[in-house]
Design a protein around this ligand. Sequence first.
Ligand SMILES: [Zn+2]
Length: 199
Amino acid sequence: MSSFPAAARRVRDSAADPVARFWALRECSLHFPLYGFRATWHHVTEAAGVPGRLVDDPESLTRAVDELEEARRHWLLLRTTFAERRRREKAEGQRQPTRGDQWLSATSLAYCPDPRRHPDERLITVLHRLVDANLSEVQPQPACAVCGTSRPVSQYCTTCGVDPRGPSAALPRDLARELDKTWREIWRRTAQAPRLATR
Ligand SMILES: [Zn+2]
């Protein structure tokens, strides 16, 4: 797999085969899976209006990668800022790992187990809200970091679909099977596009 910037360049290459651009977008979503790969893929392809027939609107792929990159750029900046602070604190001998450190080291920052149920807003907007909730010095409120619904902070949010326990939280077997099926349907719909584009 290539780096995010290299894959993003391939997505934006309007002279390239739309199928190659489609697979490059998949790589970008794997590199920055804010909601986990499946829900992130569903969100960016829906929001950008990636059509069933890719040839109808190949530039939708660029819109999708623009949204991903905007949020990823902000996340990278946060990581750099935190790494610098860590170094400074370590040098001063007052190194205590914080909640923010742990949160920023995750890749799926707002994991959504159901690929169709995730926040609808732009990724950067959700990321800003997550930052406010996870990186502020204030103790967390018993509410969802993304949508603000009151609930225990360690539980699945039935309003916006985020599960703060992340991908490792065990799901009941029936539900996991159901979600796998949902995912196959989503993937089939978008993966139809490359097939049609090559015809
Ligand atoms: Zn929520």
